[in-house]
Design a protein around this ligand. Structure first.
Ligand code: TRP
Length: 329
């Protein structure tokens, strides 16, 4: 029996190269080893976007299109939308009842978001429950492992604490304690050298048109100490050279050497990197034409059915254990 994995992404906008190297490449690989559930976390998106929620449904479809282009295979993995499986909200309710208030108030991401996010009112009852809903996502499928980036580790730790608490309250064990599969992806920097992020406006979107990909690469900063071509470059600290290493590993050694020895200039580097990134993102542009919206909706419906079959069973078990149902196992 394969162990089970669940992971999710919030549909808040277009996916970019950072999502590809950070999460999607990893998800694709996990499909061979684990039984995978990949979820579009639209309720989680709603928690922060509820005032502009009209974009969530379209972003959901666009994200799934990019997942398929990245090699996530609906025949192998269950791809579904959180709000299509009402058991997420049900299990959330039960977990919320048993989660001590102090635990959620302490979660560092919560305090940080309240402090940092401007222009949106996140001081809501629901947003406090963000990591509890995430725990419900994971536990509903009794996932053994959850691939996440470092920023999500506090949520996973809280999930494990909730599992122990629920088991102690109910005097019976229902859920495995999920472990984090830390995605040790190199941090991809944006075209301005800061962390790649939509909110910094420095991201290269996966399905961006070719011309805009080239223009983005053209904007990238190179080694600031290399003013003239005859100055030796420092590829270790140059973002463009970093991209070469990540996206054209077989060519980067020679290219770095030429940079260090001043036989290759930054302009040429960027121009050729444009070709590399255009080739890398080609499947995502092609996916736009290949998968129609009704087809992607069908994939989500099919995934929701499979997810619900599991979720319903877990929820029945939980209702018995908490004393809401008399039905035998
Ligand atoms: N909170 C996650 C993020 O922002 C998204 C998410 C929702 C998730 N539910 C999940 C990730 C369950 C892993 C497991 O990235």
């Amino acid at each position: 029996m394969k162990q089970r994995v669940l992971s999710g992404m919030r549909p808040t906008g277009q996916l970019h190269l950072g999502h590809l190297v950070g999460a999607l490449a990893n998800w694709k690989q996990l499909q061979d080893t684990y039984e995978c559930f990949f979820m579009v976390a639209d309720y989680h998106a709603l928690m922060s976007e509820y005032e502009h929620a009209e974009r969530i449904a379209q972003a959901t479809i666009d994200n799934v299109r990019d997942w398929l282009a990245a090699g996530i295979d609906p025949k192998q993995s269950v791809i579904f939308r959180q709000s299509d499986v009402p058991e997420h909200a049900e299990l959330f309710t039960v977990l919320a009842i048993m989660t001590p208030l102090g635990w959620v108030e302490r979660v560092p991401t919560y305090k940080e978001q309240l402090r940092e996010v401007k222009g949106r009112d996140l001081a809501t009852y629901g947003f406090l429950g963000y990591p509890v809903l995430q725990a419900a996502d994971i536990l509903l499928y009794k996932a053994h492992a959850v691939p996440v980036g470092e920023d999500q580790l506090p949520h996973l730790e809280l999930t494990r604490e909730i599992v122990r608490r629920v088991h102690a309250v109910l005097k019976t064990d229902i859920f495995p304690e999920p472990k984090a599969l830390l995605t040790e992806a190199p941090k991809l920097l944006g075209v301005d050298g800061r962390k790649m992020s939509k909110s910094y406006d420095n991201a290269i979107e996966l399905s961006a048109p070719e011309a805009s990909v080239r223009a983005d690469v053209q904007k990238m900063f190179t080694d600031p100490t290399r003013i003239k071509m005859s100055d030796p470059g420092h590829p270790d600290t140059c973002n463009v050279c970093g991209y070469w290493k990540m996206f054209a590993p077989e060519r980067h050694a020679r290219m770095w050497e030429e940079c260090r020895t001043s036989t290759r200039g930054c302009a040429q580097n960027k121009k050729e990197l444009g070709d590399v990134v255009v080739a890398l993102t080609e499947p995502f542009r092609a996916a736009r034409a290949r998968h129609t919206t009704p087809e992607l909706e069908r994939i989500l419906q099919d995934g929701a059915q499979k997810a619900r079959a599991v979720a319903r069973q877990t929820m029945a078990e939980v209702k018995r254990a908490v004393g809401l149902s008399l039905e035998a196992a």
